[in-house]
Every structure is written in C-alpha cells, then in structure tokens.
Design a protein around this ligand. Structure first.
Ligand SMILES: [Zn+2]
Length: 191
C-alpha cells in the first residue's frame, strides 16, 4: 500500500506505550505491562485485510448450475471494521446479492470478501462500493447489490453520542441498478 517501510512490532508497541503515557496512566504498572503487545496482536487481527487479495477469494467458481439465473442473496453478514477517521469500531451487517451469468461462487466466499474489506481502515460508503465492485469485476454477473447497515462507535460512544443510530449504504450494479423490480426484490430481503 505505502512505499514507506513497515514499522517493526517493537516500534508499534512503543507507540502504544506513548499513548498510555499520554492518557495519564503509567505503562510500567503491573496491569499495563503486557498491554502494548496485546494491542498489537489485536490490531494484527483487526487489520488483517491488507494482506489478502480480494480477487483471489472469488477465483474458484462453479459452472454446473442447470441454468440457474435467479438472485442469490447472503443476508445479514455480521462484520467488525474500524473507521479511518477515528480508528473506532464500526459494527454492522451486510447483505450481498448477485444474479449469476453462467457461474456461481461458493457462498462463504461472499462473507470472506466482506470480512476482508472490513479488516481495513474504512468508511462505510467506500467499503460498500469495494465489495460490490470486486464481485462485479471477478464474477461478471448480470448484476450485484450490496447493502450495509452499521453503527459507528465514533458517533455512538463519543462525539455526538447517538447510540441508537445506524448508517445504511447501498451499491447497485448491472440489473440491480437498471431494473426496479430486481432492486425492490433485494431491498425487500434486507429489511
Ligand atoms: Zn469515525
């Protein structure tokens, strides 16, 4: 992603230590001694999505589908992400649909594409588009629809403190964009 050399684990742990000191706490007290290394391990998990190729996930497809050409919808895929403005959690669900064009992908792969993009610093609008565009580019289906509903901790637990809000975004491509009935059918499944 960046041309700068990736920082070492020790450098990141030192940065976490600095943040702890900045809060006013003492990083050398017993309860906090292991915290920098734990935080780095957690970040490793939160941001694992940078090391994977989204297109590779969707490479393996199945052609023997007896002419199946109706909508395929994976509903309510739970994900955890982090906003790129505050690095605060974004907790939500995604609905991913497509109408195949001669080949389909294993359904778990749709969830993996969602997870991959979630495990990066994100804004929800961009993540919604990335998921739809990737499926569209690799599978070349008749159409793709993605809806995401998520709550953003940068505004539920801080800032304006609106805990019961969620943000809804969608991206419709191909027949999901052009055909009002297809779009309606999908929207009906995502409420
Ligand atoms: Zn934010």
């Amino acid at each position: 992603m960046s041309s700068e050399k990736k920082p070492t684990r020790a450098e990141v742990e030192a940065a976490i230590k600095t943040i702890i000191r900045w809060t006013g706490d003492d990083p050398s007290r017993d309860g906090l001694l292991e915290t920098p290394s734990r935080v780095v391990r957690a970040y490793d998990e939160y941001f694992r999505g940078y090391n994977e190729d989204p297109k590779a996930i969707l490479q393996k497809t199945f052609k023997e589908i007896e002419g199946y050409d109706e909508m395929i919808v994976l509903r309510g895929i739970r994900f955890e992400s982090h906003c790129e403005h505050h690095m605060a959690p974004i907790i939500g669900r995604a609905w991913v649909a497509y109408i195949p064009n001669g080949r389909v992908v294993g359904i778990s792969k749709l969830a993996r594409v969602v997870d991959l993009y979630a495990r990066r610093l994100q804004i929800q609008e961009k993540m919604t588009a990335q998921i739809a565009n990737t499926i569209n580019d690799v599978l070349k289906p008749q159409g793709v629809g993605v809806i995401i509903k998520a709550s953003h901790h940068c505004m539920t637990t801080r800032g304006v403190h609106k805990p019961d809000t969620d943000l809804v975004t969608s991206r419709m491509l191909g027949c999901f964009r052009d055909n009002a009935l297809t779009r309606q059918e999908f929207l009906g499944m995502a409420t």
